[in-house]
Design a protein around this ligand. Structure first.
Ligand code: 5GP
Ligand code: ZN
Length: 113
């Protein structure tokens, strides 16, 4: 989709270090990390909202969690723990309208409030 930063990164229009890629998703480091490990798991296709997901998207949804498992192993944070976040809409502070999952780890994360 035009003017979508994550579509531009996935197509290579904007360069970014791709840490992981399969047929459905890719992973990059967040440009403004909130923890020592702050990764973004991003579908290759432009999906805006969880509510737009359909049964056909099941392989992509599974791929998001497979990417989480792979990255948690690679970053060696499985034992200390990590947090997965999907921000949806204004109240959650979503700024990029292309579905993505944050992986936060590497420090004691603040309580959810
Ligand atoms: P949201 O609030 O939409 O869930 O989070 C979007 C995240 O994308 C933010 O944490 C922001 O720092 C990150 N981000 C925005 N633009 C870029 C970019 O161009 N490159 C990378 N690596 N991260 C970005
Ligand atoms: Zn997009």
């Amino acid at each position: 989709m035009e003017d979508c930063i994550f579509c531009k990164i996935s197509s290579g229009q904007i360069s970014s270090e791709i840490l992981y890629r399969d047929d459905h998703v890719f992973v990059i480091r967040d440009i403004a990390p909130k923890a020592p490990t702050h990764l973004l798991v991003i579908p290759l296709s432009h999906v805006t909202r969880v509510a737009d997901l359909e049964t056909d998207d099941s392989p992509m949804i599974a791929a998001m969690f497979e990417a989480v498992t792979a990255m948690v192993l690679r970053e060696d944070v499985g034992n200390t723990g990590y947090r997965l976040i999907i921000n949806q809409g204004v109240d959650a502070g979503q700024v990029v309208d292309h579905l993505h999952m944050h992986i936060l780890a590497g420090k004691k994360l603040p309580e959810m409030g």
